[in-house]
Every structure is written in C-alpha cells, then in structure tokens.
Design a protein around this ligand. Structure first.
Ligand SMILES: Nc1nc2c(ncn2[C@@H]2O[C@H](COP(=O)(O)OP(=O)(O)OP(=O)(O)O)[C@@H](O)[C@H]2O)c(=O)[nH]1
Ligand SMILES: [Mg+2]
Length: 489
C-alpha cells in the first residue's frame, strides 16, 4: 500500500469510527484527528535545558520568534504555526476552553503575557504567525528535560509520552550535546508505541551548539562533524533516531536575522590590531583594552548573537576579504552552521513522507480512542479494521523493519544491512535514493536497477541458508522494490 492509499484507508477508518461511536465527544475527537491529516506535519524540538532548542526553532523559521536565554527559558510547550493573522491562544492545563492572550514583539522574540496564570496552569500556547518558514512544518518548542522530577521537565516528558491521549507531534528533533542516560530515556519513551518499538523513523538527533565543541576554535564545526559521525555509529543512538546532524543553531539564527549594523560592528572589529588576541576568550573580548573598537556593551551583545566562534569566523572572514557585504557574511554563516544539511534531512526524512507519518499519528490516536471506549461500543470493530490497515500498510512494515535492523534483531554483514536500510527508505523514500542512484537518474535506469536488485534480493530470500529474520526483512525490501517497479511502469 502506497502513502496515498494509506491516507485513503485512514480516512475510511475514520468514517467507520464516526459511524460506530455515538458519543459526541468521541466524534469531536475523531473530527480533530481527521482535520490534522490536512495540516502541516508537526515537529517537536526536544532536549535538555539549554540545549539550544528555541534558538534552533528560530533558525528554522528564519525569524526571532521563540525567546532564548542563558537562564532556563521555555517553560510552556509552545506551538508555532502558519496562519493568516498574528495570534496567541492559551490552552489551560485544567482542560477549560482556550483563550486568546496578549503578546508583544518589538525587535526580538515574542513576549507572551500569561496574565495571572502560572506556567504550571498552562497546557500549551499556540502561536499563529504568518511565516513562509512555518508553511510546511508546524514547530513545537518544548521546555528542557533535565531532572525528570521537576515540574516543567515532567510536562515536557509527558508531552512526548505516547500514552498521552493525543499525540501532539508527528516527528521529533532531539537536541543533544552528548549521550546521557536521561537523553536515551526520553527518546525511548517517545518511541514506546505499537507501530514501532523503538522507531528510528520519526526522530532525528541534532548535535547542538556544535560551534562550542573544541572551545569554539576555528575548526569547531569540523570537530563537530567528527563527533556526530562517531555518535551516529553508536548502536544505542541508532536504535532511537534515524541519524544525527551537527548544527550550530546560534550561528544559523544570527545568519538568518543579521542586521547591517552588526555587520558594520564586525567590520570595525576586524580592523583591530590584535584581533586574535582579544578573541582568545569571551572574558578577554568583553574586557579588551580601550583601543579595541566598539564599547564593551556592544562587544557583549555581539557575543550573545554570534558566540565566540561566530565572532571569530565572521571578523576573520571580513579581515581576509572573504566576504564584503552583510548578505555575503550571512550566507556564509548559514552554510557553516549546518542548517542547510539539517533542512535537507528534514525534507528527505520527514516532509517527503509526511503522509505516512501523519497517517501513523492518526491511526495511533484512533487506537487510543478505541481502547478508552466502553467495551459495548463499536470500538472492537474499529480496532479490528485498524489492525488490518496497519498490517497491510507497507510503509509501516518498512518502519518496523528498519527499527528491527537498527535494534540489532536482524543479523548480517554490515554492508548488506546498510543496503537493506536504504531500500527500505532510511535515506529518503524517492526511488532513486532507495536504489543508491543519483537523484537525476532516468526512469529507465531506475527500472533496470530495480529489476537487478529485485532478482538479487529474491535469491537471498529464497536461499535456505539465509537466517529467518534476514529473510523476513528481505521480503519487506522486495515489496519496496516491487513498489518502485510498479511506479516506474
Ligand atoms: N554558542 C552557541 N550558543 C548557543 C547555541 N544555541 C543556543 N545557544 C545559547 O544557549 C542559550 C540557550 O539557548 P536556548 O535556545 O534558549 O536553549 P533552550 O534549549 O531553548 O533552553 P530552555 O528553553 O531553557 O530549555 C542561549 O544563550 C543561546 O544564545 C549555539 O548553537 N551555539
Ligand atoms: Mg527554549
């Protein structure tokens, strides 16, 4: 079953459920589940306190929307979605009706006025903001998870917990600087559901604040790339996320929102006699000798916007004549930050399979509704049909098989497993990508390669010496190849 067929079946299942349930609340829930299928994919940004979540969100949107700070900052789960007007709705924790709340935005982030409410009384805030950057993805900023007993953290944890009545996010970006036990616990909880236990398909890890690796030296991003590759080979991480991408969110955010004035300040700084000396450390930079350009307040502000690494690379690029305008500098910073790679990853892994991820969220929500319904209702019939849809949905079988390979349940030579993963869509679901061809491959070459691959994997599946789990995984890949051939003819 292809993604469009899966969407159609999901809609039919929702029709069936609406007929079977006569409780008006359940029908309202079903309608909400259906409405969500037409919305942009929802991606949550999660991670520990100060991992750089809100900064990365701003970089992805290309605007300073979410407040960021050196102190603990995001206290309420906050949605950012595209819309026609600027509006903030507060959803109270006690389940009462959402209310519109006041907000202001001068130069920086949106400041939301919770009125007399405490952050603990708020379930979530929904910011509607007309923005190109939110057209394809709705982004959800979450409070940091550090100590799992702390009130704020518990709510973020609950938010990502699939046992929650509605699964708010279809996919997750998990920010981490290093692997910690609690990082893995959070990820495991998010993945602990029926379709996929665990599921490395709807989660991507970000090695965040990548510019700080190696104390912000010039080759920080190169070191970050190395660390990410090493983490990406760690089986504990591979079991939980599709891949890990190094990103310096601050460099990306500032690159996207840099002002002419900031460029001029950096240009002035780049002319200082002892540039490398004053940039040895953040303290030295702020308390630099009086002949250093800019006031210490201005230098501190630059540090907040660019970080030490950012100020270093930006002023050096200006000094060495590599860039000669604020636009050039902004583009170079965005390139350097890893944001472009992250966007590509989001496109191939999330956006291009948005329908499958959304259908999955919808089916899980219907399942939960059925399990909570009184046994006398038509819930049994809906559940039986739901199981049929799930079992017959090839995209789900691909997800489960990928998860099985990543968990080490399918044993075989590493290159063969890597090929299997690729055919199952681990690097993207486009036929050329699955076949390891250039994206410009002609339909003839896609067809002939798919035929060769099909023959090869069929031989493997039929070979009596092939282990059972490998043969099962191979048969799923064969279905994927047949799907490519059906699409190509
Ligand atoms: N050098 C550097 N600093 C960063 C980066 N990303 C964020 N920061 C800084 O780290 C601090 C925290 O960033 P936030 O984006 O507020 O982090 P957060 O994860 O949203 O924090 P909480 O909401 O409090 O959990 C801010 O001072 C940011 O400027 C980065 O990529 N590089
Ligand atoms: Mg935050």
């Amino acid at each position: 079953m292809s993604a469009p067929a899966l969407m159609a079946q999901t809609n039919e299942l929702l029709d069936l459920a609406c007929r079977e349930f006569d409780d008006p609340d359940a029908v309202a829930d079903l309608n909400a589940i259906r409405a969500r299928l037409d919305e942009p994919l929802r991606v949550a940004i999660a991670g520990k306190v100060k991992a750089g979540k809100s900064t990365l969100l701003n970089a992805l949107v290309g605007e300073l929307l979410a407040p960021t700070d050196t102190g603990e900052c995001t206290k309420v789960v906050t949605w950012y979605r595209d819309g026609h007007s600027y509006q903030v709705m507060l959803h109270p924790a006690d389940g009462s009706d959402p209310q519109q709340v006041r907000f202001r935005r001068d130069e920086g982030a949106i400041e939301i006025d919770l009125g007399s409410r405490n952050a603990n009384d708020v379930d979530r805030l929904e910011v509607t903001w007309p923005s190109e950057g939110l057209r394809i993805l709705t982004l959800i900023d979450t409070p940091g998870v550090d100590s799992l007993t702390d009130g704020v953290a518990t709510r973020a944890f609950e938010f990502l917990d699939p046992d929650d009545a509605d699964t708010p996010a279809d996919a997750v970006l998990y920010l981490m600087k290093h692997i910690h036990a609690s990082d893995l616990r959070l990820l495991e909880a998010f993945h602990d559901d029926a379709v996929s236990t665990p599921n490395p398909v709807n989660a991507v890890a970000v090695l965040s604040r990548a510019d700080e690796i190696g104390a912000g030296s010039h080759d920080s991003m190169v070191s970050a790339g190395r660390v990410a590759r090493r983490l990406g080979d760690d089986p504990r991480l591979r079991r939980l996320v599709q891949m890990i991408v190094p990103v310096a969110g601050l460099i990306a955010e500032t690159g996207k929102t840099m002002s002419e004035r900031e460029y001029r300040q950096l240009a002035a700084l780049s002319a200082s006699v002892d540039l490398d000396g004053v940039l040895l450390s953040a303290d030295r930079f702020i308390d630099a000798p009086p002949e250093t350009p800019l006031t210490s307040i201005e230098r501190e502000a630059l540090l907040g916007r660019f970080g030490l690494f950012g100020v270093r690379v930006a002023s050096t690029m200006i000094r060495d004549g590599e860039v000669s305008s604020s636009q050039m500098l902004a583009d170079r910073l965005v390139d350097l930050s890893g944001l472009t790679e992250l966007r590509q990853v989001l496109e191939t892994l999330f956006v291009s399979r948005a329908d499958v991820l959304k259908a999955r969220s919808a089916l899980l929500a219907v399942e939960r509704l059925c399990l909570a319904a009184p046994a006398t209702s038509g819930a049994e019939r809906v559940l039986a049909e739901l199981e049929r849809v799930m079992a017959g949905a090839h995209p789900f079988n691909e997800m489960v098989t990928l998860a099985a390979i990543r968990s080490g349940w399918v044993v075989g030579p590493a290159p063969k497993l890597a090929e299997l993963e690729r055919i199952l869509g681990s690097s993207g679901s486009a036929p050329a990508v699955r076949l390891g061809l250039e994206t410009s491959a002609t339909s003839d070459s896609i067809r002939s390669t798919a035929l060769d691959e099909l023959a090869r994997w069929q031989r493997l599946a039929e070979n009596p010496l092939t282990a059972h789990d490998m043969a099962t995984a191979t048969r799923v890949a064969i279905r994927s190849l047949e799907g490519i051939l059906a699409g190509a003819s």
